[in-house]
Design a protein around this ligand. Structure first.
Ligand code: GUN
Ligand code: ZN
Length: 437
């Protein structure tokens, strides 16, 4: 039996960066009021005005009515820790104390496969509930935590990136690997999971302070031999962290140089935070084609600082958007956009809804080199999408009733939206979450 479907209703997708102006750059937005997505075999077979698509449809194809919704490509989260789901909302610390008091003890629990399986499923339930269909995910240093995550993601047909944390010092013994043992485990995981169905492997040295030079070197070696593998790490999140890195690596001229020396900075590298980077570091990251993940709810929560988006734009550095749960306070892309807007207000860098939703979809897909597969409604793309409900709550409904333009409706969603505004989430051509179901 064919799994083909037609989803009919308003749709919005970006063809390109809309820019920072109130009016999106010409040609950057695809918005169709009575639109249609024809899905088949996990992909978008056709997209366009319903009247045009209808003429080509086979008789009897199933229709889904989203006429009072707004369809968008599935949201993407470029940096999140699935293993920190249960320590969200732990009180009162900045980064280094937060790691020692809450994070490391929690991550020790993932030595047990049954625990990892349980949290992986709960995490994916939650990400789909908030409309996130792809994420780049930190597991723990236990290889089994990666097996749990990828097993769960594969069964649901999701496009996901993940990796085992590499960490051979400055952490509890129960969590540390060794320079070469950690890399051997990573190579085994790459062989088992990278490129299987929709999964990709991301090498995951936690951050400079928890890896020896020997470990960073070995990771660089793997990356050189497997250029299509990803890399994720943290950088320049907290002033205490930056000072510590300078002490630990006196030979490096700055934080980024530690990663550069070991061959970790390339086009598939994502560095989370980057709040305290210099202009020179931003330019070097840009030249390498790397991206920094802006994690506004996390940055506010840990008191790390205000991310300078415009400085990144000036340096030509790609910025992706991320939740960074468990330091992040919300998995929802709406919450990330709201916090990004608030950070922007404090820096006189207001974030338009156009720019925000572009970042959450095609922008993040481009930053992760996944835009040939996801991030945009286009013939042949993978069918990952959300059907948003602009009248999901009494308040949203009142606010939406007052709007006159699409820009206003999108902005109201970005500030007032939460999981209730996600009516349905589709991945790989199948409905994987329906609100209230
Ligand atoms: N830096 C090193 N590890 C972590 C982590 O788990 N979360 C955050 N926010 N920053 C980090
Ligand atoms: Zn993080």
């Amino acid at each position: 039996m064919s799994d083909a479907r037609v989803l009919r209703g308003p749709l919005l997708s970006f063809n390109d960066d809309p820019g920072e102006d109130d009016t999106p750059a010409a040609g950057s937005v695809l918005h169709i009021e009575d639109g249609a997505l024809w899905l088949e075999n996990g992909r978008i077979r056709a997209v366009g005005a319903y009247a045009e698509i209808a003429a080509q449809l086979p008789a009897g194809i199933a229709h889904v009515d989203y006429s009072d919704k707004l369809m968008m490509p599935g949201f993407i989260d470029s940096h999140v820790h699935y293993v920190q789901l249960d320590i969200m909302a732990s009180y009162g610390r900045q980064l280094l104390d937060w790691l020692n008091e809450y994070t490391f003890p929690e991550e020790c629990r993932f030595a047990e496969r049954a625990h990892a399986d349980n949290v992986a499923e709960a995490f994916l339930d939650e990400t789909l509930r908030v409309g996130t269909t792809t994420a780049q995910v930190f597991c723990t240093s236990h290889p089994g935590s990666v097996d749990s995550f990828f097993t769960a993601a594969r069964r649901r047909g999701l496009r996901m990136l993940a990796g085992k944390v590499l960490m051979d010092r400055h952490a509890p013994q129960a969590l540390t690997d060794t320079a070469l043992g950690g890399v051997d485990d990573s190579e085994r995981l790459i062989a088992d999971w990278h490129g299987k169905d929709r999964l990709s492997y991301s090498l995951t040295p936690r951050f400079a302070p928890t890896s020896s030079r020997a470990q960073l070197d070995a990771v660089g070696g793997v990356l050189r031999n497997a250029p299509d593998v990803y890399l994720q790490a943290h950088i320049s999140e907290n002033r205490g962290e930056v000072d510590w890195v300078a002490e630990l690596f006196p030979e490096a001229r700055d934080y980024l140089d530690v990663y550069e020396r070991h061959g970790l900075v390339g086009p598939r590298s994502t560095f989370a935070h980057g709040i305290h980077l210099s202009m020179d570091e931003r330019r070097r990251l840009a030249a390498a084609g790397a991206n920094v993940a802006f994690c506004p709810t996390s940055n506010l929560y840990l008191g790390s600082g205000l991310f300078d988006r415009h400085a990144c734009r000036e340096a030509g550095l790609a910025v992706s958007l991320a939740s960074d749960v468990g330091a992040g306070t919300d998995l929802s892309g709406f919450a990330t956009l709201k916090a990004a807007y608030q950070v922007g207000q404090l820096l006189a860098q207001p974030l338009t809804a156009w720019q925000g939703f572009y970042r959450l979809t095609l922008g993040n897909a481009r930053a992760l080199h996944l835009d040939e597969h996801i991030g945009r409604f286009r013939e042949g793309a993978e069918a990952d999408l959300v059907a948003l409900d602009p009248r999901a709550t009494p308040l949203l409904s009142r606010r939406t009733a007052r709007t006159e333009t699409l820009a206003e409706r999108l902005f109201a969603l970005m500030i007032l939206g939460d999981d209730r505004a996600v009516h349905a989430t589709w991945a790989n051509g199948r409905c994987v979450h329906r609100r209230g179901a």
